[in-house]
Design a protein around this ligand. Structure first.
Ligand SMILES: [Zn+2]
Length: 42
């Protein structure tokens, strides 16, 4: 259990390609933009 926790901690924060905000939503891990920018783009 400890190993998987450290694995996630060592992951670099995913940043929105548009506004640079850190993204924590795992369900959007395939996206390059945060929810705000995604909505704004559409
Ligand atoms: Zn954004």
């Amino acid at each position: 259990m400890k190993n998987i926790l450290e694995f996630f901690r060592n992951l670099p924060p995913k940043m929105c390609a548009d506004c640079g905000d850190e993204m924590h939503e795992q369900h959007e891990s395939y996206m390059n933009q945060c929810d705000k920018c995604l909505r704004h783009g559409e």
